[in-house]
Write a protein that binds this ligand. Structure first.
Ligand code: GUN
Ligand code: ZN
Length: 441
């Protein structure tokens, strides 16, 4: 048994403050006690000191928050961020499909998966719902690497029988590969499986039916796909499915809309679809950095709130250019403001942590740094840059948090802990890794 304690300022928002105004939990001088990776106590240092007096206390400089939960990200695209010139459909054809073909090579997938997970850690992200590629082994590569890091990762083989040459499967392969992956990985480490049709345009009706069958056969899996992201995509979907009420209805007809469904984007949704999302208890991973990068538009958070839809945040690497969910939260604020309503920084923190965990159905495990949960957390340094230091000096907690979201990125992540163990230390010794600085613990 290992028992350890961390003394620091601690902040978490375990419930949506829009509906739970008392959800913000903050200790100015807090103590987090961790036993075998699980939080066993959390509160004011002075109040807990006596009870946990014998435990070795690590003094942590910075603000401890729950590890971020990236509710939508593509690991095979990390080396193709910042690809110039196109909106979604042309960007996929010109930049992304060629990049994903390379994942037929297991060694390439292994190398990218390892670098991807470290990049998550560098940015304070400890859990994620991840797109792999159409190749089953791309999922094996990611899950193997996640087991090695001890991270909480959900992923699945991408289903795309209408994909471009070299990046297609068949409905039969979609079924057998997914079944084999579920059998191979179920119950291992901190992993979970997501049935992952790429989007409506790259799957035949027969393959969308297979996705529905998989969800029925494996009720513990998630459904992960894209929804109503970009204007031209929406036109193409309406042309292919003229009988559907709207884009969401396409998925609904194949049994893909339910309480374990996570839809990325949802920028262009009619009220009917919003009502259906809320009724089914499905969630949206909003990806404001990606939406801006691909010219897709701005997510209507007020519309989602009016319907009571559950929302989390996604980086959507590589359409999104940053792994930092702080940066993404800052853009979520700007996207909401463009639609006329400011996003509160505590709510933004919720979306980046417990909100994402709720989409992945892991709130019993992570997201709030509450007793009984796993001790995944990030340490934020609000003096990481000269401007941040000036802006946060003497500021209120809300002002500091907002400044971290608007001015912050990987530079403010001083440390990231997985199950109470330091997995990334910004200020640790530089590594001998010739490709970069990917080994700081
Ligand atoms: N829609 C279908 N595939 C993709 C993808 O890879 N990225 C984004 N942003 N949208 C998609
Ligand atoms: Zn995406």
């Amino acid at each position: 048994m290992t028992l350890r304690a961390f003394r620091a300022e601690i902040l978490s928002v375990a419930r949506d403050p829009r509906t739970h105004p008392d959800a913000v939990r903050h200790e100015v001088d807090g103590l987090l006690v961790v036993e075998d990776g699980i939080v066993v106590a959390r509160g004011d240092h002075d109040a807990l000191r006596e009870r946990w007096g014998g435990v070795a206390v690590e003094r942590v400089r910075g603000l401890i928050v729950p590890g971020f939960v990236d509710a939508h990200v593509h690991y095979p695209q990390m080396d193709h961020v910042a690809s110039h010139g196109e909106q979604l459909l042309d960007w996929l054809t010109r930049h992304i499909f060629p990049a994903e073909r390379a994942f037929a090579d297991r060694a390439h997938a292994d190398a990218v998966a390892a670098a991807f997970l470290v990049e998550l850690l560098r940015n304070g992200t400890t859990s994620a719902l991840v797109f792999a590629t159409v190749h089953a082994q791309s999922v094996d590569a990611l899950f193997d690497a996640a087991m090695h890091q001890g991270m909480r990762i959900a992923s699945g083989k991408v289903l795309m029988d209408l994909g471009p040459d070299g990046l297609v499967d068949t409905p039969e392969e979609a079924r057998s590969d997914s079944e084999a992956l579920i059998a191979r990985w179920r119950g291992r480490g901190r992993l979970s499986y997501a049935v992952t049709p790429r989007f409506a345009l790259t799957s035949s009706d027969a393959q969308l039916s297979v996705a529905g069958d998989l969800l029925v056969a494996h009720p513990d899996t998630l459904l992960h796909t894209h929804l109503a992201e970009n204007a031209r995509e929406c036109v193409a979907v309406a042309e292919r499915f003229p009988d559907a009420h709207d884009y969401l209805d396409v998925y609904d007809r194949f049994g893909l809309v339910g309480a374990r469904s996570v839809f990325a984007h949802g920028v262009h949704l009619p009220d009917r679809a919003c009502a259906r999302l809320a009724k089914s208890d499905a969630g949206i991973a909003t990806c404001p950095a990606s939406n801006l990068f691909l010219g897709s538009g701005t997510f209507d958070l007020a519309q989602a709130d009016a319907h009571g839809i559950r929302v989390g945040l996604g980086s959507d690497i590589g359409a999104g250019p940053s792994f930092s969910l702080l940066y993404v939260a800052g853009l979520a604020y700007q996207a909401a403001l463009a639609r006329g309503r400011a996003l509160d920084p505590f709510r933004a923190l919720y979306l980046a942590t417990a909100g994402g965990a709720a989409l992945l159905r892991i709130t019993d495990r992570v997201g709030g740094l509450l007793p009984g949960q796993e001790a995944d957390f990030a340490v934020l340094d609000d003096s990481a840059t000269p401007l941040l230091a000036r802006r946060t000096r003497g500021a209120t907690l809300a002002e500091r948090l907002f400044a971290l979201q608007i001015l912050g990125d990987d530079r403010v992540i001083a440390r990231t802990y997985i199950m109470g163990e330091c997995a990334w230390n910004r200020d640790g010794p530089a590594s001998s890794d010739p490709e970069g600085q990917y080994d700081r613990r």
